[in-house]
Design a protein around this ligand. Structure first.
Ligand code: BGC
Length: 834
């Protein structure tokens, strides 16, 4: 049977034909009505004062006068509307004209910073960047003007990015073989910072969607593929990865963050990202936003006040990992830390980042994040986007101590050189402001292979939260002979690229708004995705429950879509989905009509699901890019197996969640209990690390080797269900009670995880989770360093933070060699109570 569309049919029924009122009117003798009623509403008598006013006007019949007046009003309204439209278009044209003039002025004045003859300058080959001294030598050969060139951006006129420039453009020194630095956001692909870029690049799944795969290998592949697109577009640096933790689920940028709610998740994935981006693709990465930039409300003035232990054990962890992986750059953030702007904060950038984390490359400011004259001294190497001229010789020269400028430039060169971005790799090697337009706007970087990869990642990152039985089998996957009602506007969403371009913060259910936005003209909706599998669909593409009911009657199953959006610069006001009410109605209808209902939630972070108890199935997708619809359909029809797990918590109530700080001062009072640990003593709808598949796994105890300096946990995972699937095995740890201030330490903390290969029914994989000394350490604030803890550790291995299947205790002792400890079946509560 072909697909049906419920809404238009119902609409025709509602608005077509004649209304009873009209019939009554038609049956009245015309003459009687003539002057004292409105013809359109014949049973409405004109009030006496109106009749008197009409009589006072020249003319013969009241009716004629009445309609003349109505016509006049119509003309007036139409006139006003046309006026408004004209005015809007004139204003837009004038604004465009002014902008063009402004641009021209900047160009004429040379204010974009291109030194005379820069475009024509002959380029020498890139020096041997593997030589450890090359950066120092290159600095010695530079003129002062050349050194200043390398510490600020060019290409912005006011807030406007000029044509031919990347979001971040730093001029190189061609005569010394030093290329330009060409930076582009961002998190989910090559940012479509100009409408001409739209369609030439892939709109990839967001980092949060990728984090939900818990798959380092996939992260590396994703980063390498994005990096390849950057090179084709002529860029050699990506303004990513963003690894801030979800301190609050309301965070506007949570979908950009690869860490989700957990520092260990972020630290393992960011390593793979840096490898894929730098080593595999040859694009420098900038880990951001350092540091404690965990909300969008008051983002440029909020002051994060966080204890030393919390910083090191939580918020710095993914940054440290990126540094250990050799990340080229760190981006300092907008907020203040301990009362001082992050980019001018010596404690943050010198003491913590360089002295304690061992960072040796460069710090780039967030855009316009430098507000005073101290940033260069404090440790920020590059001022972005640079149009404020804060890092010009005139402004900076007198304040810089001896050698600081040289150090700043050397660190920039070292970061870029060591990242592989200046190695001889294929890609467009244009010079900014001179000849990058073709690469930036015309070259096609997306490809069918990349779209296929994007589809696969989107599917792997989807999290199946519920899959109840209906007619004796789980509701998902659907079978092709089932008639499926597809309900809700969110199932058919098409993003209007032109509309979105007008507002930089506009997000969609496929990607978040702000500077990381990658618009695509080819987004595939969930309905379109499903239609690739079957036409046996009844469509109800509105959010009206009347139509939903009609569509569900006679269908075997219903799929209802709901979503919500988020953006940089504002936090989310609510954790509810935009169509929360519709979903509630549809799941209730499902119970009434005995039609199982599968909810697809498209969300840029945590949401509340007050209807979850009545839904038969729930599939959650974080912003998943242009292939969202196909990936969803692959999972719905079982062509791919769901395997994602939550990188965050789905709270029971919105009031359980931590809100962003409302005041300028923002003390992190939850201390080490941030992210998913905030819910430690509360019930949640779905816990951190949770996710189902179409099969089931058995955890078989093997052994836990310890106590050693570096222990390892061995476990065998067997697919004991009927379908293929992957499991994400998670290892949580509880510290011994001998730890100083143990009451401050959360009861369970994620330490390691592993995603198995796809296991066929009956197949098993032996998993080894290796622990490092750092996994058994805490930050000792008395000496400001890591301290290895010895004593009795609890270890739990399982399928989520609240579903530990195997546990053990082992005593961690100094200098004791390997011993065998067995894992025993256990429950989460055992770990907590012991
Ligand atoms: C964002 C950064 C981004 C930069 C450049 C800022 O608004 O906070 O994440 O990289 O703009 O677009």
């Amino acid at each position: 049977m072909g697909s049906e569309d419920v809404a238009p049919k119902v609409a025709r029924h509602m608005f077509g034909g004649s209304s009873p009122a009209r019939n009554v009117a038609d049956s009245q003798p015309f003459k009687e009505q003539e002057d004292d009623t409105l013809l359109c509403c014949p049973d409405m008598e004109l009030p006496q004062n109106m009749k008197d006013d009409l009589d006072a006007l020249p003319g013969t019949s009241r009716r004629c006068k009445l309609y003349s007046l109505l016509c006049l009003s119509c003309f007036l309204i139409a006139g006003i509307a046309v006026g408004v439209i004209l005015l809007e278009s004139i204003t837009k044209k004038t604004a465009k004209g002014m902008l063009a003039k402004e641009r021209q002025k900047w160009l004429d004045e040379g204010a974009i910073g291109l030194p005379p003859g820069f475009c024509e300058e002959h380029a020498m080959p890139v020096p041997d960047v593997t030589d450890p001294d090359w950066a120092k030598r290159a600095v010695q050969e530079m003129t002062e003007e050349e050194k200043y060139r390398l510490i600020h951006g060019v290409g912005f006129a006011g807030f406007k990015l000029l044509r031919g420039y990347y979001v971040g453009s730093v001029l190189g020194v061609p005569r010394l073989g030093i290329p330009c630095i060409k930076m582009q956001d961002g998190s989910a692909g090559f940012r479509t910072s100009d409408e001409d870029i739209v369609g030439t690049v892939t709109s990839w799944p967001s980092p949060l969607a990728v984090a939900a795969t818990w798959d380092s290998k996939l992260v590396e592949t994703w980063a390498a593929a994005m990096g390849k697109e950057f090179r084709i577009k002529g860029a050699n640096m990506i303004l990513a990865p963003a690894v801030n933790l979800h301190r609050t689920p309301f965070g506007g940028r949570n979908a950009e963050y690869l860490s989700g709610e957990d520092p260990v998740l972020g630290s393992i994935l960011v390593k793979a990202f840096v490898k894929g981006m730098q080593k595999d693709a040859g694009v420098a990465a900038a880990v951001k936003h350092f540091a404690l930039n965990d909300q969008e409300s008051r983002r440029t003035s909020v002051n994060s006040v966080v204890s030393e232990r919390v910083r090191w054990e939580k918020f710095y962890v993914p940054f440290q990992s990126a540094i250990d992986a050799g990340v080229a750059a760190v981006m300092c953030s907008y907020n203040l830390v301990d009362g001082k702007q992050a980019c001018s904060n010596r404690d943050l950038l010198q003491r913590d980042l360089r002295d304690r984390m061992g960072y040796r490359n460069f710090v780039v400011s967030d855009w316009w994040a430098i507000r005073d004259d101290e940033a260069a001294k404090a440790g920020t190497n590059i001022n972005m986007p640079g149009d404020d001229q804060r890092y010009s010789k005139t402004k900076l020269g007198s304040t810089l101590p001896d050698h600081r400028l040289d150090d700043m430039v050397e660190q920039v060169l070292r970061g870029m050189g060591s990242s592989g971005a200046w190695s001889d790799l294929p890609g467009d090697d244009c010079r900014v402001g001179c000849n990058c337009e073709e690469a930036l706007y015309s070259k096609k970087a997306t490809s069918p292979e990349h779209l296929e990869l994007a589809r696969n990642i989107a599917a792997q990152g989807a999290v199946l939260l519920k899959n109840e039985h209906s007619s004796g089998k789980p509701v998902l996957p659907l079978s092709l002979d089932q008639k499926v009602a597809v309900i809700g506007e969110a199932c058919v969403l098409k993003v209007d690229v032109t509309d979105q371009e007008e507002v930089w913060t506009a997000g969609s259910y496929y990607g978040i708004g702000g500077t990381s936005r990658v618009l695509s003209p080819d987004d595939i909706s969930i309905l379109d995705g499903m239609r690739r599998y079957t036409e046996n669909l009844v469509r109800s593409p509105t959010d009206l429950t009347g139509f939903a009911r009609k569509a569900m009657q006679g269908s075997d199953v219903a799929v209802v879509c709901a979503g919500t959006t988020a953006t940089e610069s504002v936090d989310r006001r609510t954790l509810r989905l935009d169509q929360d009410a519709l979903v509630g109605e549809v799941v209730r209808l499902g119970v009434e009509l005995k039609v199982p209902v599968v909810v697809i939630a498209l969300a840029p972070g945590a949401v509340v699901m007050p209807w979850s108890a009545e839904a038969t199935g729930i599939l959650m997708m974080f912003p998943s890019g242009q292939m969202t619809g196909l990936a969803a359909a692959d999972l719905l029809f079982g062509a791919r197996m769901p395997a994602g797990k939550l990188p965050l918590t789905i709270p029971q109530e919105e009031s359980d969640a931590l809100r962003p700080c409302a005041e300028r001062n923002c003390p992190y009072q939850e201390q080490l209990f941030s992210g998913w640990l905030l819910y430690t003593s509360r019930d949640v709808a779905f816990p951190f690390g949770y996710g189902l598949s179409y099969t089931t796994f058995e955890y078989k105890p093997t052994k836990l080797l310890g106590p050693t300096e570096v222990g390892s946990v061995h476990v065998t995972i067997k697919n004991v269900g009927q379908k293929p699937g992957r499991e994400i095995v998670q290892l949580y740890m509880r510290y011994p009670s001998s730890v100083p201030d143990i009451q401050e330490e959360p009861a369970t903390q994620l330490r390691r995880f592993h995603r198995t290969r796809e296991l066929q029914p009956g197949e098993a994989e032996d998993v080894v989770l290796k622990l490092s000394a750092r996994d058994m350490s805490i930050w000792d604030k008395t000496v400001s360093d890591w301290m290895t803890v010895y004593g009795s550790f609890k270890v739990g291995v399982g399928a989520s933070s609240r579903d530990l299947r195997l546990c053990s205790t082992f005593v961690h002792q100094k200098d004791v060699s390997e011993a065998e400890v067995s894992l025993e079946p256990c429950r989460w509560s055992d770990v907590l109570s012991s």
